[in-house]
Design a binder for this molecule. Structure first.
Ligand code: FAD
Length: 426
């Protein structure tokens, strides 16, 4: 039975919303979650998504386990192939997994189901087909449920409603334009010529301007997608045209000879976090706060992390009754401070490198991949990203690179890339 008053109302029941609900309820707050769709994961892309492990100090699954979140990935990936079509390819093998594939959507084994069940089992109330419409003063929320306008009171409101967050817009927190990348592709079955342990990335202005196209395989299935920065599309081109270019590559065509489409995979990711993610009694989490990692577009990890911190902070504020004036201000801003101290330094570094990445032309890109092949041979890249051994690659590079053009490429692009990734935490 849904009540008229809750300690916390959360808008959006995907990754960030379900985690925030779980942690808030476990800390004794009453929680209502409003979800616009009619079921768990209904609106989520039904595909594999990656949990990246390469750029993290601690194994990402262990990290979540300590938070009480036991994610069972479908498989791990220890190797990636990077192509610059038509004929440059480098294959990089790692000693520990660079990532895991997890199922999104409403299948029994999806991460969406796992996290939603945890939130509901903890005692959160969830109502589907409930679209947040607006605020009515600071403590009431107007939403539409089954075509009827309803209201609910909340002491704290958590916006977990994704990259185009209405909570962020109407609270005034999303006044900055959304700096975004877009993705389009399909999840296929009956894919051939794929190696289950290897993810494949494809670069170049013809298929993925400013971004990358990718293949995430599992058995005979694969998610095959291209992503790009809209402002870098050539005149008259649409993302579907870039996708056509991508799947026309002989190496991709070969894989799709007998393939059948299962689901469309498309959407938007933000590239730049919001400046402020709290205001009055409102907290933003996950994609609503635009916390996606700016280089590769991974958002799940930060959605989980921010959801947890938001759930804990909001319930603490309720328990300590710090709900008015300066007390509220000081305590609600502690969420933003914690997120900024954990994530922002690295997000900013990556954002800086993204700007450099977007200036690489196709000619340089091919040379860079070739260079990566030469330079990474015999180096444990996991170690490189984790420790000061980043220096070793610089020393090696400057020793072996006699050609001033290669040295320029290395210093301008390759080194900032390593630096951008070097200190990625958590
Ligand atoms: C093509 C593509 C591929 C991706 N691949 C990866 C990947 O491999 N790895 C990775 O880590 N990340 C990936 N991401 C990003 C990842 O999907 C997101 O970061 C993640 O889903 C964010 O979770 P969230 O809970 O913050 O928001 P969302 O998952 O966007 O959830 C928002 C929820 O809010 C609900 N909602 C929206 N508006 C309202 C409203 N007004 N009222 C009520 N409910 C509302 C929605 O229905 C939805 O359930 C990808 C994204 C795209 C587009």
């Amino acid at each position: 039975m849904v009540r008229e008053n809750y300690d916390i109302v959360i808008v959006g029941f995907s990754i960030a919303g379900s985690i925030a609900a779980k942690f808030a309820v476990e800390n004794n707050a009453s929680v209502l979650v409003l979800e616009a769709k009619s079921d768990i994961g209904e609106n989520t892309i039904k595909s594999y998504q990656g949990l990246q492990n390469l750029l993290t100090k601690e194994n990402v699954l262990e990290y979540f386990k300590k938070m009480g979140i036991n994610i069972k990935p479908q498989r791990e990936y220890n190797c990636c192939k990077i192509y610059f079509p038509p004929n440059i390819m480098t294959e990089i093998a790692f000693k520990r997994p660079i990532g895991y594939s997890i199922v999104r959507g409403n299948k029994v084994n999806s991460i969406d189901n796992l996290l939603a069940y945890q939130a509901i089992n903890s005692g959160a109330d969830v109502i589907y087909k409930s679209r947040f419409i607006n605020f009515d003063g600071r403590k009431k929320i107007i939403f539409k449920h089954n075509n009827k306008i309803k209201k609910v009171r909340a002491k704290i409101i958590i916006g977990a409603d994704g990259v185009n967050s209405r909570v962020a817009k109407l609270s005034g927190l999303a006044n900055e334009p959304l700096v975004k990348a877009i993705g389009f592709g399909y999840h296929f079955t009956k894919v051939t010529d794929i190696d289950s342990g290897k993810v494949e990335g494809f670069l170049g202005q013809n298929i993925a301007p400013g971004e990358y196209a990718y293949i995430v395989p599992y058995k005979n299935e694969a998610t095959i997608v291209t992503t790009l920065r809209p402002h870098m599309m050539r005149n008259g081109m649409k993302i579907k045209d870039y996708y056509k270019n991508f799947i026309k590559l002989p190496i991709v065509q070969k894989k799709l000879k007998f393939a059948k489409k299962l689901n469309v995979v498309s959407g938007t990711v933000s590239v730049k976090p919001l400046k402020s993610i709290v205001k009055d009694n409102i907290i933003l989490v996950g994609d609503a706060a635009r916390l996606t990692e700016p280089l590769l577009g991974f958002g799940i990890k930060n959605a989980i992390l921010s959801g947890k911190i938001a759930g804990k902070t909001a319930s603490r504020i309720i328990n300590e009754d710090k709900l008015t004036g300066k007390d509220l201000e000081k305590n609600i801003i502690s969420y933003e401070k914690e997120i900024k101290s954990i994530l922002f330094k690295d997000l900013k570094k990556r954002l800086k490198f993204r700007k450099v990445y977007e200036t690489i032309n196709d000619h340089e890109m091919g040379d860079l991949i070739q260079l990566a092949k030469e330079l990474t041979a015999g180096i444990d890249l996991n170690k490189m990203f984790e420790t000061r051994e980043t220096k070793s690659i610089k020393i090696k590079a400057l020793k072996v690179l006699k050609d001033p053009y290669k040295i320029r490429l290395f210093l301008k692009y390759f080194l900032p890339a390593i630096r951008a990734n070097y200190s990625f935490r958590n």
